[in-house]
Design a protein around this ligand. Structure first.
Ligand code: ADP
Length: 188
């Protein structure tokens, strides 16, 4: 079983690239953001809990997202591998993922990290707000909080995975096709 992580700040293009990668390499795409939005749309207790946090630009608790990942792995044992998009987002999540994979004699194969400048994040999210209508994209204060949260809680994962030796960086400010080509080169 292969495990790839698509890493990067909000608006880096993870969702766009994930679809292409999953199709080409026959991986199951797991987006914790999409899973949480489904829970919100269905009005489940988990969705209601997540809604306020997400709409304020904050992370949902580690145990919640780790639980979603755990059950998605358990329910999809026949796939070639997984592409994790938006997970892990904290060191604690990365440690729980490592433990989960070690228990089944697996590991993270590669971390594909899309890099973009904070200004570009803003521009892209503002544009996406008009297309997708996500509440957490609409308010500049929420966007700023997501960027700050990324720097404080998620960016430390870069060193975590550099130390693990499976980290690679892809400049995210090229065209969609160029980014995809760069990713494919890294996957090999
Ligand atoms: P983006 O990366 O563009 O901000 P996502 O769809 O990946 O969008 O995530 C939207 C929101 O869902 C995040 O701002 C956060 O509140 C929540 N979320 C998604 N994944 C996680 C995670 N792994 N840990 C905690 N919260 C998460």
């Amino acid at each position: 079983m292969k495990y790839y992580i698509l890493f990067g700040p909000p608006g880096a293009g993870k969702g766009t690239q994930a679809k292409f990668i999953a199709e080409k390499y026959n991986l199951l795409h797991i987006s914790t953001g999409d899973l949480l939005r489904k829970e919100m749309a269905a009005g489940t207790p988990l969705g209601l809990q997540a809604k306020q946090l997400i709409e304020g630009g904050n992370l949902v608790p580690d145990e919640v997202v780790v639980g979603m990942i755990r059950s998605t792995f358990a329910n999809n044992t026949e796939v070639a591998g997984f592409l994790l998009d938006g997970f892990p987002r904290t060191i604690a999540q990365a440690q729980m993922l490592d433990k989960m994979l070690a228990d089944q004699d697996s590991k993270v194969d590669k971390v594909l990290s899309l890099t973009i400048k904070d200004e570009t994040i803003f521009e892209r999210i503002a544009k996406r707000a008009q297309i997708e209508g996500r509440k957490d994209d609409a308010d500049p204060a929420t966007i700023q909080n997501r960027i700050d949260t990324y720097h404080a809680k998620t960016e430390p994962l870069i060193d975590y995975y550099k130390n693990a030796g499976n980290y690679c960086e892809i400049p995210g400010e090229q065209t969609i096709e160029e980014v995809f080509r760069s990713i494919c080169k890294e996957i090999g």
